[in-house]
Ligand binder design. Structure first.
Ligand SMILES: [Zn+2]
Length: 89
């Protein structure tokens, strides 16, 4: 998997975690925490190639079937803390 728009160290990684680990009400996700939220988003980025179904069309635009397509490159979309707010391929 090739990941475009990857960073060595994103801004959010330098923002300290404000969670109180022994107090669930003062921990993410109940309590806001930029660091943990950004970490969660980063963890959800696929690190390995994956396969999607793509439809096949005839000349008139009718679906005639489908085939597998391997996605081996994605581009990250980043927010104000350079956190990953999405990705596309
Ligand atoms: Zn936290």
């Amino acid at each position: 998997m090739k990941i475009n728009n990857s960073l060595d160290v994103a801004l959010w990684e330098n923002i300290p975690c404000h969670c109180k680990k022994d107090d669930i009400e003062k921990s993410y996700p109940i309590s806001e925490c930029v660091h943990c939220k950004s970490q969660e988003c980063w963890d959800s980025v696929p690190q390995k190639d994956f396969t999607i179904k793509e439809y096949d069309y005839d000349d008139e635009g009718n679906v005639t079937g489908n085939h597998d397509k391997v996605i081996n490159e994605i581009t990250l979309v980043r927010g104000k803390f350079e956190d990953v707010i999405g990705w596309n391929f």
